[in-house]
Write a protein that binds this ligand. Structure first.
Ligand SMILES: Nc1ncnc2c1ncn2[C@@H]1O[C@H](COP(=O)(O)OP(=O)(O)OP(=O)(O)O)[C@@H](O)[C@H]1O
Length: 245
């Protein structure tokens, strides 16, 4: 529930959602604009707190933790965004090192780890450039490296390819597939692009106006429907609803 932006009603962005994602699963979240997809991700890393109910990550309810323990737990949850959110006045290296500085790591010990994650996304040779010198796809690769630098158990991806052309989309898909394969990170992916969900995800939840319309195995025939039909026909074509409160 969000407070009213102006005078008027509060916004119930998500209602009665019960959902569990398995460790190491790649889980999609689809739905029309305003259906609550980003809010769901923001609840998982505690950028928002639920008005009612609980959110557990790796069996831990963040709301029950002390501030310090919550901060430590949040480091186990990385996030990437549609518009990358890199700091324009910092180099690629410093964008990532900043995360380690906030963790209290000494500068000298940061270097190897930063270069390791940059190497992982094939951006090590761009470490001393600024975001403006990079293409969108390259910026997203740096953002992925930044999200991975604390070795998160969960990676939240909010429309990670929406701002990219097909070639750069492929690069990002390749890296997310690699993360899944090599690191066993649990990935939650919000996307409007059904192809992307089909390529990467095991299952996907369909949100409609803040409610869970259903959860589908992505390889199931209904997942071949276009996004447009998702919102209109979700209730009729989805298979059995696995978890819905
Ligand atoms: N900070 C906020 N304050 C008040 N209302 C908000 C806030 N953030 C989101 N909302 C509202 O909550 C609802 C869900 O928004 P959310 O951003 O989660 O949807 P979404 O499915 O991610 O949309 P999009 O695909 O357009 O990003 C919308 O009605 C939105 O206007």
């Amino acid at each position: 529930m969000y407070p009213a932006r102006r005078e008027g009603h509060t916004v119930c962005a998500l209602d009665e959602i019960t959902l569990s994602v398995q460790a190491q699963e790649v889980f999609g979240i689809v739905g029309q604009s305003g259906s609550g997809k980003s809010t769901l991700l923001r609840l998982i890393n505690h950028l928002e707190a639920p008005t009612e109910g609980t959110v557990e990550v790796a069996g831990v309810d963040l709301a029950q933790l002390s501030l310090r323990a919550r901060r430590a737990q949040r480091r186990r949850i990385g996030m990437i965004f549609q518009d990358f959110n890199l700091l324009a006045n910092k180099t690629v290296f410093d964008n990532i090192a900043l995360v380690l500085s906030l963790e209290g790591r000494r500068r000298r010990s940061q270097r190897d780890r930063v270069m390791e994650v940059l190497d992982y996304v094939n951006m090590a040779d761009r470490a001393h450039q600024h975001p403006i010198q990079l293409s969108g796809g390259e910026q997203q690769r740096v953002a992925i490296a930044r999200a991975l630098v604390t070795d998160p158990a969960v990676l939240l991806c909010d429309e990670p390819t929406s701002a990219l052309d097909p070639q750069h989309t492929d690069d990002v898909v390749e890296i997310l597939s690699q993360v899944r394969r090599d690191l066993g990170t649990t990935i939650m992916l919000v996307s409007h692009e059904l192809e992307l969900v089909k390529t990467l995800c095991d299952r996907a939840a369909i949100l409609e106006a803040g409610q869970l319309a259903g959860i589908t195995e992505v390889s199931a025939p209904e997942a071949r429907e276009t996004y447009a039909s998702y919102s209109e026909r979700a209730r009729t074509y989805l298979g059995p609803k696995e978890e819905q409160a």
